[in-house]
Ligand binder design. Structure first.
Ligand SMILES: Nc1ncnc2c1ncn2[C@@H]1O[C@H](COP(=O)(O)OP(=O)(O)OP(=O)(O)O)[C@@H](O)[C@H]1O
Length: 233
């Protein structure tokens, strides 16, 4: 199995500058890798550092020590810990996807266009992207009458499903899943499980946080206990 993501010696602490510079160590010596077609789940208690690890991989949090290697297009290996902001934006367009439970609503843009946008950014025509967007919205049981409306007024569950469609529409070699099934009903959880299985078959490497035990059991190939990376205070 080809490695898509490899973390070695990764550490992170937060410094509270407005609180007298108090240092809060979170994780240290984080070492693991994820291969193509594999879904690895980060486990461990609340506050162990699961979200912080995902955010370092997506470049939202700076990584203090170690390296985060991602295999980008053309088999180029990039160290996220040293990537420039411009490089990071390109990686987010083509290489690393992020599916969370929250939709960042873009005013006046219709649900189907919100979903189609990442595929258009990767070079698809608007027509192709809209066909795929509508198919995903249909699979995720978003009523057709909503597709042409901006999602700002949708229910929490409808917005979440629009966001999942947006996260799964494009092909990224690495996909980060941040509680994508939280508060979904059983029918839509089953759709997300199917979407993850399809990504696995397409060789996508996935790293996720999944509190739902049933979903975790169905899609996790491995669980990594983040508590084992606890940093000393
Ligand atoms: N931006 C931040 N500033 C300060 N401290 C932070 C920040 N982000 C996270 N932390 C702290 O880092 C620790 C790990 O948080 P993180 O959200 O990564 O944990 P988690 O394992 O994902 O928890 P949960 O399962 O509850 O979501 C916590 O103690 C949290 O308070």
């Amino acid at each position: 199995m080809r490695t898509r993501l490899c973390l070695s010696g990764v550490g992170k602490s937060f410094t509270m500058h407005l609180r007298g510079g108090i240092r809060l160590p979170v994780v240290s010596h984080v070492d693991f890798s994820v291969g193509a077609g594999e879904c690895v789940v980060l486990g461990g208690p609340s506050g162990a550092g699961k979200s912080s690890i995902l955010k370092m991989i997506y470049g939202n949090y700076a990584c203090e020590t170690g390296q985060i290697l991602v295999t980008a297009e053309g088999d180029e290996i990039v160290n996220i810990a040293e990537a420039s902001p411009r490089r990071m934006l390109a990686l987010r367009r083509d290489t690393i996807g992020y599916v969370s439970q929250f939709l960042r609503v873009i005013p006046r843009v219709s649900a189907e266009n919100v979903v189609a946008e990442p595929l258009i950014a990767q070079g698809a025509t608007e027509g192709e992207a809209l066909v795929k967007a509508r198919d995903l919205l249909c699979r995720l049981n978003v009523p057709e009458r909503l597709w042409s409306l901006p999602p700002a007024t949708f229910s929490g569950g409808e917005q979440q499903r629009v966001n999942i469609a947006r996260g799964f529409i494009a092909h990224y070699p690495l996909l980060l899943l941040d509680e994508p099934t939280a508060s979904l009903d059983a029918r839509n959880r089953a759709v997300v499980v199917e979407l993850v299985e399809e990504k696995k078959r397409n060789g996508v490497a996935m790293l996720g946080i999944l509190h739902d035990e049933d979903v975790r059991e169905r899609i996790a190939d491995r669980i990594i206990d983040v508590a084992s990376f606890k940093a000393a205070a």
